[in-house]
Design a protein. Structure first.
Length: 162
């Protein structure tokens, strides 16, 4: 009978080692969990940076769009008031829910009855003027001066017809 107990004991030991092996393979090891968490952390940081960059670019585009509206409004005001600018000017204005610096630079054209005005708009943030985010060029006419005809022959060095 002693011989019968040995195979039974051997089978019990083999069966126990299979059970332990099955329990060991059914879960994750600490290293596997740490690697998974590290991968998740890298993905989370990348997603956070991407969303931050997206929000920043949206804010830049919003600022440019609002600045362009301010520049268009300043040009419309010049036309409505029929202002004839002779010197550069800079003014601060509140528009579109923000404070802006609007700089107008006057340039002469071929005709003394026309002036080219460059309107540059920069946001003012925390009392500091930032760099200009938009600028437009407009041509203003002086209704009191006769446009007349322009002599363009001086522009052609060969003296021939244009």
């Amino acid at each position: 009978m002693a011989k019968r107990n040995k195979p039974t004991t051997h089978m019990t030991t083999h069966s126990t080692s299979q059970t332990l092996l099955a329990k060991r393979e059914s879960g994750f090891t600490l290293i596997e969990v740490m690697v998974a968490l590290a991968i998740l952390a890298v993905v989370a940081v990348a997603a956070s940076r991407a969303s931050s960059a997206y929000l920043s670019s949206v804010e830049v585009l919003r600022t440019r769009t609002l600045a362009h509206f301010v520049a268009q409004n300043a040009a419309a005001d010049l036309r409505i008031q029929e202002s004839w600018l002779t010197a550069n000017s800079t003014q601060t204005m509140d528009a579109q829910g923000r404070t802006w610096q609007v700089a107008m630079t006057v340039n002469n054209t071929l005709s003394p009855a026309l002036k080219e005005v460059n309107i540059s708009v920069a946001p003012i943030i925390d009392g500091q003027v930032r760099s200009a985010v938009t600028d437009i060029d407009v041509i203003l006419g002086n209704a009191e001066q006769d446009v007349g005809s322009l002599d363009l022959s001086s522009l052609n060095p060969s003296g021939g017809n244009l």
